[in-house]
Design a protein around this ligand. Structure first.
Ligand SMILES: [Zn+2]
Length: 320
């Protein structure tokens, strides 16, 4: 199968430079990329080293100039781990989880004013989804759904050349079975009804009843070594993921589901468990169109999908 129409149209645009970035709990990443999908220069800044909005704006201004190296990027995009207010274009929550002690009100308008070019904000599942759809595992597919299993569980959907962020990671309905058993884990989003994120994300791994480990990485290693308890933890997480994939199938039945985030680094053995769980759901006929089993694939850009996707989205927002 060749590349999708979305990719071939995008790649035929004239080459230009775009500022791109990703805000996370441990690192703030900033880069200059070409719109052909190449990261030209990048820098990682420790998130904890920033104590005020103004300090962060000042540092990003200096770092952007260094990364541009005398060449001028005309606009930029940055992914943040929270919903975006569609009217203001700013993070919709004043203190995005896992990011900073200081508030984010008006941050992107202050940053754009300082650097003299528009820097757009996007939800990070939206940027990951677009990065994979344009340059990674989804480049041959028209519709791509990205599931990022890391500290949280973000889900972004690309339909044609439109990328949207969703709140599938906070879907409580899929946890009906768990709720009956009385296991309702409160979530950072404010819900107390057992969001999928509390069972399927990397940070949920060590909290699972069968878990003997402190981190998802340790669970992953034990799983790959054939440990029975670790297998139970991974199977439970992939069961939730399979439920969410079954729900997402109602939106786009033929989409490719790309699995990313730290958990995806476990690799193909993880996908084998996910495919088993999907097959089990289909055998129970709990899903619409049981003959269509959704196609799943590992992320091909576990480190750079978010940066590349934020650049593509910025180019769309700037109308270039
Ligand atoms: Zn939640």
């Amino acid at each position: 199968m060749g590349i999708s129409a979305r990719v071939s149209k995008y790649m035929s645009r004239p080459e230009q430079l775009i500022i791109t970035g990703a805000f996370g709990g441990t690192h703030i990443r900033l880069a200059v990329m070409s719109n052909k999908g190449r990261i030209i220069s990048k820098v990682d800044l420790p998130t904890k080293s920033f104590s005020s909005q103004d300090q962060l704006v000042t540092t990003l201004d200096v770092e952007m100039r260094k990364l541009e190296g005398g060449k001028d990027a005309r606009f930029g995009g940055i992914g943040v781990p929270c919903p975006i207010n569609e009217e203001t274009g700013e993070p919709a929550v004043p203190h995005p989880a896992n990011i900073t002690k200081f508030g984010f009100q008006g941050f992107f308008s202050a940053l754009s004013d300082r650097v003299g070019k528009r820097i757009f904000a996007y939800n990070d599942a939206q940027t990951d989804a677009m990065g994979e759809a344009m340059f990674g595992a989804g480049r041959r597919h028209q519709n791509v759904i990205f599931h990022g299993l890391g500290t949280g569980y973000g889900v972004g959907i690309v339909i044609g050349n439109i990328a949207i962020a969703t709140e599938f990671g906070h879907a409580p309905a899929v946890n009906a079975g768990v709720d009956e058993a009385g296991d309702k884990r409160p979530c950072g989003c404010g819900s107390r009804w057992g969001c999928a994120e509390q069972y399927a994300s990397g940070s949920a791994f060590p909290r699972s009843l069968a878990s003997d480990w402190r981190t998802a990485e340790e669970v992953g290693k034990a799983f790959l070594a054939g440990n029975h308890n670790a297998e139970t933890v991974v199977r439970e997480a992939m069961n939730y993921l399979a439920y969410n994939i079954a729900i997402a199938k109602l939106i786009t039945p033929g989409a490719l589901h790309v699995i990313g985030g730290g958990v995806s680094l476990i690799g193909e053995p993880l996908m084998a468990v996910l495919r088993e769980q999907l097959a089990a759901l289909h055998n129970k006929a709990l899903v619409a169109w049981p003959d269509i089993v959704p196609e799943v694939a590992l992320s091909e850009l576990p480190h750079d999908a978010g940066l590349l996707g934020a650049g593509v989205l910025a180019e769309q927002s700037a109308g270039i």
